[in-house]
Write a protein that binds this ligand. Structure first.
Ligand SMILES: [Fe+2]
Length: 401
């Protein structure tokens, strides 16, 4: 018998028992794992470690033809992790991403009107947008990721839910979560805060701290979201996402006070993504925080509130300087992060196009900060408005490829 991390499980191995997991998933029988898909299902169910019977491992030719060897399996895993493998460029995807984003915004507005008029939400169009997000993210996730970096000051409620849905889908892809679950996650995330429309505007938009009474009212929005989604015909993962996004591992979340193992993986994921987007959002009363500081705050609340492994995976997946971030280099060149570096997040690829020293645009140049011949380094992330830079213009004009 040997205990192995789930990532090392390969087709042909005999699983004797689950030795570490998140949530309460139970495997019905001991037995051989035949396909990569069944391994993905175990990962999705929150299994972290299993005990295998090494004497019973099948030779390669007994395994499913779609996933013949351990090597092939880990090779496939590796390939799916590779963010540079895009089927299209950002510049060709950005138009579609922008259209989807705009469509999602108008759907949110319609949903708000429906609820205010006492009607149910039409879920079909949200599911179509969720599908559109998934397709776009599989073609090139950087396009929608860039859209989440462009914020309008007064559109928080609309944009936050869309961003959370986009980031959840990117995160789910990173964790190899199957498409059906990913779809439910994206749909639920689009509507996770819809219950806020039942909260008074003065409380909702209050810049300062809530009074005890206001906080009690505010906490109920997740309960309202659950009711609205259930009334509209959604169930399962999509409803969980909306109902429990403020629950925390130590039981101090709200409004249901769930704790530890009662909180499944998809809910642990949205808890992280929701806070990350709220912290990085620009509001009427505050500037958006840069991702590094947002990650720091989330880390400080881990493991009390958030799942340690998922937080680490989320940071890895988004990157300290996500694609689309405007940065200043030591040389005073400004550029946009065009490709993350998973091995060394402080050394991504940057497209430079402006000199902060001379205050003028320069020829667009690709710089790989990890290159051994490169002398430059990242100094800081900056705000586009400080240099009157229209990020969307750059995304559209093939600055990223
Ligand atoms: Fe919320």
């Amino acid at each position: 018998m040997k205990k192995i991390a789930i990532k090392n499980l390969a087709p042909g191995m005999f699983v004797h028992s689950v030795t570490k997991q998140r949530g309460q998933f139970k495997i019905k029988n001991q037995g051989w794992v035949r396909t990569s898909d069944s391994i993905s299902q175990l990962i999705n169910a929150g299994i972290l470690e299993v005990e295998i019977d090494t004497d019973k491992t099948l030779p390669d030719d007994n395994q499913d033809s779609t996933s013949s060897t351990t090597n092939a399996h880990s090779q496939a895993q590796k390939q799916r992790y590779d963010p540079t493998q895009h089927s299209v460029s950002v510049s060709s995807e950005i138009g579609k991403a922008e259209k989807l984003y705009t469509e999602a915004k108008s759907l949110q507005e319609k949903a708000i009107e429906s609820i205010r008029a006492g009607k149910k939400i039409a879920i079909g169009p949200f599911e179509e947008v969720a599908d559109g997000f998934i397709d776009s993210i599989f073609r090139n996730q950087d396009a929608l990721a860039c859209m989440t970096r462009i914020r309008e000051k007064d559109a928080y409620l609309l944009e936050h839910s869309i961003n959370v849905s986009v980031l959840m889908t990117i995160f789910a892809k990173h964790l190899h979560i199957e498409r059906d679950i990913m779809h439910q996650m994206a749909t639920g995330a689009l509507l996770h805060d819809i219950g806020k429309i039942k909260i008074q505007d003065e409380i909702l938009n209050k810049p300062g701290k809530f009074t005890d009474d206001e906080f009690i009212q505010m906490k109920d929005h997740a309960r309202f979201s659950k009711e609205i989604l259930e009334e509209s015909g959604l169930s399962g993962v999509a409803v969980d996402i909306a109902a429990y996004h403020h629950e925390r591992l130590d039981g101090r979340g709200y409004p249901f006070g769930l704790k530890g193992d009662d909180i499944p993986q998809h809910v642990r994921m949205i808890a992280i993504v929701d806070v990350y987007d709220a912290l990085t959002a620009k509001r009427v009363y505050k500037d958006g925080m840069n991702p590094i500081n947002a990650f720091k705050i989330i880390k400080d609340d881990t493991p009390n509130c958030f799942d340690t492994e998922l937080v680490n995976q989320f940071i890895k997946c988004i990157g300290i300087h996500p694609v689309g971030t405007l940065v200043k280099l030591k040389s005073q060149k400004l550029g946009i992060v065009s490709q993350s570096n998973f091995d060394n997040p402080l050394k991504p690829w940057v497209k430079t196009f402006y000199s902060a020293k001379h205050h003028h645009h320069t020829e667009v140049k690709d710089i790989n900060l990890a290159d051994k011949h490169n002398q430059d380094e990242l100094e800081s992330a900056i705000k586009p408005e400080d240099f009157a830079i229209d990020l969307m213009r750059f995304f559209r004009n093939s600055v990223l490829s």
